[in-house]
Design a protein around this ligand. Sequence first.
Ligand code: MN3
Length: 250
Amino acid sequence: MLNNRRKFLKKSFSNSFLAIVGWESMISLLSSFSLHENNLTENVNINFEQKPLPYAYNALEDCIDATTMEIHYTKHAAAYAKNLNEALIAEKVQKEISLEKILANISKYSVKMRNNAGGHFNHELFWQCMQPKTINNLPKDNILLEINKSFGDFAAFKKLFSDAGKSRFGSGWVWLVKDESGKLKITSTANQDNPLMDLKEIEIKGSPILCLDVWEHAYYLKYQNKRADYIEQWWNLVNWNFVEKRLSIK
Ligand code: MN3
């Protein structure tokens, strides 16, 4: 009886809802959802402000210590977000433009925009690429298939990616990207540049799937000069479910 009443209410609600909004707007609403599904920015929710860290500062111990995480998030990354917003105002950029669009046209903006739009995007992605330490943390599903297809096997991929981090001179990032043809590639960028930028220094362009910060501020307190040890420990933190999600973005 109650169930029937619920069904009736539900049905009359949907009927009147459709009568009010109309089928056409319903269809456009639905298609806007599917558009968002294919929109990289929507999927990782990278906008112009810092999102809360998806875990506590001490959640990545003993691979990355709490003090490093706190300083990294509240000082370094926060500064990129603040300076990005200053640059957006100074250069009269509407926030309706996505951060990725700005990055894809970064050659038309100032150096301040390049460093801080890059810095903000890179860190927001980096936080999401990590999760608390998992023993035997390995990729599975599509991301594993794609890694095997592109690099032979996971061990070969891990070595190439780690080597790119160890050999990055000075400060920068390591990336796993999906290029225009859908192929996975490993690349490294200096400073806060990234593979979305339309700059001649960016050798391999593509959609970032996974990134690793190899700036000293990401590891120096615990690892000092031993960047290789930091990279080796970092593999325990990779959030492969998130990477899988990034891979599925068209
Ligand atoms: Mn950093």
